[in-house]
Design a protein around this ligand. Structure first.
Ligand SMILES: Cc1ncc(COP(=O)(O)O)c(C=O)c1O
Length: 457
């Protein structure tokens, strides 16, 4: 299967040489302590440029809020800020990151189901463009803070477009009614929100999933949102922004294979349906902006279109590099743990490469494990791999989204992040944590006091 569609900065040649943004990955595995993440600044730029271009057909332009939580490394945020991206933040930490990156608050939207009073205050003080409200309780809080600050605030509501029969992924449907307001309640609740003394309802926002494969789902959602906007108009409320959220697929994973660790994948494989095809970002841009332009015309409404991409901007801009540690029976242990890649379980089976070996070399069958003492620290089961040795390098592609951001410290500190910068140099953008870093947050009983007590001083 193809590892690169020619759109990303990774290559794996027939002679076994694997490169990431021009660097030989096997050599990197020798030069830097493994495991580590390696980002590409050029790839981040390219992904953002392509995204902008894909959506450039929107009548009145498009506002792009990069979803900070997907990857909040300094090089990612400062590159995107410099390129004019706004940000979607979901709490105080994201807010601080957006500030550090130099993002303009007038291009920042604040999402999430449980914003604290302190976070709402901080967002208003900083002057964020929009707070997207998800419940009446939250509306009450935002109204109260705005009142205290003497402000009349434009706000959005997040809607959940899924009704009883979802037209997209079962995974997402499982969580229906969790985020936002169910679409069949949105008109009434939205009007109630607008009645709060200090709030003006101005935006409808939604987010329909992640790695969504087909633009049709957005098109159907847009129709529902315009209907809702018409409903608000008939109640005297003018919606001036429609935010379609994130979910656009990583382009490097347009031919995505679901990992066989999931039972459903085994069934799909049997029927030769394990490969899931995603549309290109240009198809998404064309379908969404085309529908938006059409609905604008047919309804006479003219809300600004905005979006919150995350994964598709960063996924293929990162590779995780590691080594084989120990081979025992049919288990092959690597120094990369699923701690480092908690979200990649769905696909890392098919995105793992073995630099120094040919792409189709498959001579041994192993279960590929991480190094921790966690039973489930397994990248994948029973997979044919080349004749690997202890010390052989490995690389997992497409680890830019929700990997570093979600990595955890189960039995070991988190690892370093490097970036190949625009100039082609490699620079460290996050130092590896030490054991002391991790333990510094722990509170131990004051041993001095205990000792003094014991010796009767
Ligand atoms: C509200 C919201 N917007 C945008 C995103 C970004 O989604 P993606 O990374 O799939 O583009 C997310 C991700 O969960 C989200 O929750």
């Amino acid at each position: 299967m193809a590892y690169s569609d020619g759109n990303d900065c990774f290559t794996w040649e027939d002679n076994g040489v694997a490169t990431f943004d021009g660097y030989d990955v096997a050599e990197l595995a020798e030069s830097y302590p493994t495991p580590f993440y390696l980002l590409s600044q050029k790839q981040i730029r390219k992904n953002f440029e392509q995204f902008k271009e894909a959506f450039s057909g929107a009548d009145g332009g498009i506002r792009i809020y990069y979803s900070v939580k997907g990857n909040f490394e300094s090089v990612v945020l400062s590159t995107l800020a410099e390129m004019g991206a706004g940000a979607e933040i979901s709490g105080a930490m994201d807010m601080e990151l957006a500030k550090r990156a130099g993002m303009n608050p007038s291009q920042v939207v604040f999402d999430g189901p449980c914003k604290s009073i302190e976070e709402i205050e901080a967002a208003l003080e900083w002057g964020v463009h929009m707070i997207d409200i998800e419940s009446l309780t939250e509306a009450r809080d935002v109204n109260e803070v705005a009142g205290r600050m003497g402000r009349k605030l434009d706000v959005g509501i997040r809607i959940d477009p899924v009704l009883s029969k979802p037209y997209y992924d079962k995974v997402i449907a499982t969580y229906r009614k969790k985020f936002g307001l169910p679409i069949d309640q949105a008109l009434e609740v939205g009007c109630q929100i607008n009645e709060f003394e200090n709030l003006n309802l101005k935006c409808i926002m939604t987010h329909i999933g992640s790695q969504v494969f087909h633009p049709n789902r957005y098109v159907l959602t847009l129709e529902k949102i315009f209907d809702l906007a018409k409903g608000f108009k008939s109640r005297g409320i003018e919606i001036n922004e429609i935010n379609m959220g994130g979910g656009y697929p990583a382009q490097s994973m347009r031919n995505l294979r679901i990992s066989r660790r999931f039972r459903i994948a085994k069934i799909l494989e049997k029927f030769d349906r394990i490969d899931v095809q995603a549309s290109s970002i240009y198809d998404f841009g064309k379908a969404i902006t085309g529908k938006y332009n059409e609905l604008k015309k047919s309804t006479g409404l003219s809300p600004q279109l905005s979006i919150e991409p995350g994964r598709c901007i960063v996924s293929n801009a990162c590779v995780t590099v590691g080594k084989v540690l120990i081979i025992k029976n049919d288990w092959l242990f690597t120094d990369v743990s699923i701690n480092n890649l908690p979200e990649n379980l769905f696909f890392s089976e098919w995105r793992t490469v073995w630099p120094g070996h040919k792409p189709n070399e498959e001579s041994k069958n192993y279960n590929i494990s991480g190094p921790t003492l966690a039973t489930q620290d397994v990248h994948f089961f029973k997979r044919d791999v080349p004749d690997l040795k202890e010390g052989s390098p490995m690389a997992i592609l497409d680890t830019g989204a929700y990997s570093i951001a979600r990595s955890n410290q189960f039995t070991r500190p988190r690892v370093a992040v490097y970036a190949v910068t625009d100039s082609g140099d490699i620079t460290m953008v996050r130092r590896p944590e030490s054991v002391d870093d991790v333990l510094a947050m722990q509170v131990w009983p004051n041993r001095d006091t205990e000792q003094k007590k014991a010796s009767g001083e």
